[in-house]
Design a protein around this ligand. Structure first.
Ligand code: SIN
Length: 540
């Protein structure tokens, strides 16, 4: 059965497309394929570009709503679907297959079968296919960015940035595939030769979040494939369209059937199937600490390799000796990227007392100038939050903080745009015991804490179970070394608010996770080390 999908370009999207100086076309409603209907109200004209985008998405096969199992697009076995919403308008944009345990088990079997041949391909073959996939992701950059903004809400410019970032992981993996070296070890006995082989770990279960619908997939799947592993991806049910489009491009790149599989829908059932299967040898997860702990515990039964990228509570430390402009610009980026919805977003802004007032005013001014709106609108710097629960969490953290003495100097409430838009917020007089300092807000709120000395800053910053991203603003080279070494975090940005890149290791310490993604270190997560000893080597 084919799933029928009405992909609706609603009011806001049309406004956005109009605002980017696009031409109009008088078509009212048109059928793009047997299973995709782009509906445009009769009274409204549609931009040529919107038409082009829809046609392009369709003709390049990027509008997918079924899961991918063994190279075939599949509906859920019981025909169930779930809706995908545009967080900006609340409108439903697609119905996608709602899969569960049975589909997941079939996807695992396909990946297991495909592993037999994929793991035997040469590094050069895998490298070429990954490069092709990278080229296709870049060639379809605009369409993919549109999909991200549509289902996730982030400003189009940020979505375009995410495509570059995401494709970078595939490009890097295609290059690194050729550098998976083993070792030769000097043997302690003259008749022996010892060496180390690196081999793919096996079938990988990759569970990814909604905040980076593409990057969190390519960061896992790129290295997995480069190492010779096959994958079953479970994207977030909030943002599956981008994942499916990327999977379609993997097929177009020539990556064999069964190497990349995608199942989405009933998250607990899919997760349970991945965890229970002895054929899954590795779980890689980006998401909440609570779910990560469950996956880790569940993986113990079959002793799977696990990498986890979990919650953060990033401190952003601004010292008196910082360059004010650099500190404000860096904090703005570290805090408000993706409306505050990243695991490395600054969660607590620790400001030294000598610069506190100046910094608070300058930050307020910068935040005030950020335009909030639909991600497709020109000049928008902040889109909606992903859903109502996200809004409620931000709201309740702000209320708890103000009830204990914190002061809202900007924002602090829902935006007049309605839906899940929230005003970019700055609050002062926050202390480290308030919930807003203990929990990850995952929203556009900048809480300012005051500190006296470098030792105080380090103590406050490290007073958390999380340890992912952290930021320091100072003009002292000595202080930047000292503080970077003292921070109990996996990532430290010095005088820089956005430091993620495919060439550097990303990951946390303490309860922020295990393992690293990206860079040469990220490759090790998908490899087993095998020691081989050749004996009797002195014989002629
Ligand atoms: C995340 O929020 O999990 C990832 C952020 C990043 O890659 O910069």
């Amino acid at each position: 059965m084919m799933t029928t999908v009405a992909l609706k370009f609603g009011r806001r999207m049309n406004t956005a497309l109009r605002s980017s100086n696009l031409l109009y076309r008088s078509s009212s409603s048109f059928l793009l394929s047997a299973n995709f209907l782009i509906q445009i109200p009769l009274t409204r004209k549609m931009s040529t570009d919107a038409h082009n985008i829809a046609s392009q998405l369709n003709s390049s096969g990027l509008l997918r709503t079924q899961g991918l199992i063994g190279g075939k697009w599949q509906d859920a076995y019981d025909g169930k679907t779930i809706k995908v919403y545009n967080p900006s308008t609340g409108e439903s944009i697609a119905d996608v297959a709602c899969m569960g345990g049975r589909e997941t088990n079939d996807a695992i079997s396909s990946a297991f079968d495909a592993f037999k041949s994929w793991s035997k391909t040469t590094a050069a073959e895998r490298s070429k296919l990954l490069r092709k996939w990278y080229d296709l992701l870049m060639a379809h950059k605009e369409e993919l960015a549109q999909l991200i903004t549509l289902e996730q809400g982030k400003p189009l410019k940020e979505s375009l940035g995410e495509i570059n970032y995401s494709a970078g992981f595939i490009e890097f993996a295609s290059e690194e595939a050729k550098r998976i070296y083993g070792d030769i070890i000097p043997a302690p006995q003259s008749d022996r030769r010892l060496f180390v082989l690196k081999q793919p770990v096996g079938v990988v279960g990759a569970i990814t979040p909604w905040n980076f619908p593409l990057a969190m997939i390519t960061r896992k799947v790129g290295p997995a494939l480069a190492c010779g592993c096959t994958v079953v991806i479970k994207p977030s049910e909030l943002t599956p369209l981008t994942a499916l489009a990327a999977a379609e491009l993997s097929i177009q790149a020539g990556i064999p059937a069964g190497v990349v599989n995608v199942v989405m829908g009933n998250a607990p059932d899919i997760g349970d199937a991945l965890i229970a299967s002895p054929q899954i040898r590795k779980i890689t997860f980006t998401g909440s600490t609570a779910v990560g702990k469950k996956l880790m515990a569940g993986s113990a039964e079959t002793v799977k390799k696990v990498s986890l990228e979990l919650g953060g509570n990033a401190p952003c430390i601004v010292f008196d000796d910082a360059d004010l402009d650099v500190a404000v610009k860096g904090t703005l980026a570290a805090k408000f990227r993706n409306s505050g919805q990243t695991c490395v977003c600054a969660n607590r802004i620790l400001v030294q007392e000598g610069i506190y007032d100046k910094f608070a005013n300058a930050l307020l001014e910068a935040v005030q100038s950020m335009k909030v709106g639909d991600g497709f609108s020109e000049g928008v710097a902040q889109g909606p939050l992903i859903n109502e629960a996200a809004v409620k969490k931000v709201d309740s953290l702000i209320h708890e903080a103000t009830s204990k003495g914190a002061k809202v100097i900007l924002g602090g409430k829902r935006h007049s745009l309605g839906s899940t838009f929230y005003e970019p917020t700055v609050i002062t007089d926050v202390d480290n015991d308030m919930l807003i300092s203990r929990q990850e807000a995952f929203g556009p709120v900048a809480p300012l804490l005051r500190f006296k000395t470098e030792e105080d800053a380090i103590r406050i910053a490290n007073d958390t179970n999380a340890g992912l991203g952290s930021y320091v603003f100072t003009n002292s080279i000595q202080r930047s070394w000292r503080v970077a070494e003292a921070l109990e975090y996996g990532l430290v940005g010095v005088n820089e608010g956005v430091i993620s890149t495919e060439v550097a290791p990303f990951g946390g310490v303490k309860q922020s996770g295990l393992g690293r993604e990206g860079s040469k270190y990220g490759m090790d997560e998908y490899l087993e080390i095998k020691y081989v000893c050749l004996g009797n080597m002195n014989k002629d």
